[in-house]
Design a protein around this ligand. Structure first.
Ligand code: LRH
Ligand code: MN
Ligand code: MN
Length: 426
């Protein structure tokens, strides 16, 4: 399934005039306040978010998994699905692979397919949270932190293998997320587990090519429910610092205890030049799989305010690896990803509207009310015409969800792939 440029142009025709009116109205009012609208549209056009290869099928919980017809059943089909997302949104120009879930069988063919669809290979993810078929050692009691040297060595080797796979595809980063931890007090010695993890990460780091980054992801709990070895940004930063300059902290929005001030975390990590990547999702309680912006869009905007500030003021921090990391049980995964991409762009656009000079002046005067007015003035602006304009300029759809539905993408995928679903094996 490939969407052609003229199909998108046809669907755009219906909304073109009303888009033009909305865009003109908004840009005229923004220009009056001194906003450089063109530069915002260009930044939105350039902003690309990686799609995780595991989000393209219907997700699930440990209580069940409901299939979604027309799901991709191999890496080729997953790349095709990202091609659909990218042609509609022009924002999904990268894929993030999880190994061994997505080991390419033919590297040249996969690269060629991705190139043809303008999709790059972003960070590769290792997986030492599941036992692999025929593996000599089990990760039941941890991987890089395990008390057994043989288990640690197997986990280190897996990460080195993942780097090799990513290298063949043009990836430049390895993301390490560990499920390691304990479910009951006394089960683990915290210090031994942490030190083992540090030593193992150093061994992996030694195998990292010079132009690569290592991204260390943290999570407070799940699947372990008493302690997690890399539980928070502090643990991640200590481990990254213990490895070297090419190791960074990765922030996943859903990996925080309720009400954590995530915007402050990303801000200080950027100041220290140590924020390497970002996983987007949303959550109401302690989950990490809901559509971006579906629950706490204001929190997302505040995070983007800090990210924009950091991108403009912290040259010591590298470009970030952006990725969606969400997969749940009820929506068409492609529609869900389109909604997430839109929410990310929306928060980014609103953050770009913040008058940073005026904010700094109000902060210096301790004018707390003005500070809030500046932030909320930007937040309350309906920026959707800016997003639509950026997509239009890039050859995407004015309204990606509408286009996805009117082009009957899902039913075409079902025709092509059959009613087979990965989830149920039907
Ligand atoms: C863990 C996580 C991590 C994994 C992905 C599947 O919750 O966020 O990034 O690699 O989910
Ligand atoms: Mn994640
Ligand atoms: Mn997660």
């Amino acid at each position: 399934m490939k969407i052609k440029q003229n199909q998108i142009q046809d669907t755009n025709k219906i909304n073109l005039q009303s888009h033009q009116e909305k865009f003109d109205f908004l840009s005229n009012s923004l220009i009056k306040t001194g906003t450089d609208v063109q530069s915002i549209v260009n930044k939105l056009k350039d902003f690309q978010v990686a799609i995780p290869s595991w989000a393209l099928g219907a997700g699930g919980t440990r209580f069940g998994r409901f299939g979604f017809y027309g799901e991709p059943s191999n890496l080729e089909e997953k790349i095709d699905d990202i091609g659909v997302l990218h042609s509609l949104t022009q924002t999904a120009g990268a894929v993030s692979l999880h190994i061994p879930w997505d080991i390419p069988s033919d590297y040249a063919a996969i690269k060629e397919k991705a190139d043809a669809l303008s999709i790059k290979f972003d960070a590769v993810n290792s997986n030492t949270f599941q036992d692999q078929k025929d593996a000599a050692e089990s990760y039941k009691y941890g991987s890089l932190s395990n008390t057994s040297k043989a288990v640690r060595e197997q986990a280190i080797q897996h990460n080195l293998d993942v780097i090799k796979i990513g290298d063949k595809l043009g990836s430049k980063a390895l993301t390490v997320w560990l499920a390691d931890g304990s479910c009951f007090p006394g089960q683990n010695n915290f210090q031994t587990a942490f030190q083992n993890t540090q030593d193992s990460l150093i061994d992996i780091y030694k195998g990292l090519p010079d132009d690569w980054k290592m991204l260390v992801e943290y999570k407070p709990y799940e699947p372990n429910f008493y302690s997690t070895v890399i539980q928070d940004w502090g643990a991640s930063l200590m481990l990254a610092n213990g490895c070297g300059d090419k190791a960074y902290t990765l922030v996943d929005l859903g990996h925080h205890l309720p009400n954590s001030n995530i915007e402050q975390i990303v801000s200080i990590l950027q100041l220290k030049g140590k924020l390497g990547g970002f996983h987007f999702n949303d959550s109401k309680y302690g989950d990490d799989d809901l559509t971006v912006g579906s629950i706490k869009p204001y929190a997302l905007f505040l995070i983007f305010n800090e990210l924009v500030y950091g991108m403009e003021n912290n040259p010591q921090n590298p470009d970030l690896a952006w990725m969606i990391d969400a997969s749940h049980n009820v929506k068409d995964p492609l529609e869900d990803l389109i909604q997430s991409l839109e929410a990310i762009q929306e928060a980014y656009a609103k953050a770009l509207l913040i008058d940073q000079k005026a904010l700094k002046a109000a902060q210096l005067e301790n004018d707390v009310v003005k500070c809030q007015e500046i932030l909320q003035g930007a937040y309350r602006t309906d920026v959707r015409p800016l997003l639509a304009e950026a997509r239009l300029k890039a050859g995407g759809a004015l309204s990606p969800i509408e286009a996805y539905r009117s082009l009957n993408v899902r039913s075409q995928l079902i025709t092509e792939r059959g009613k087979h679903t990965v989830a149920t094996g039907l």
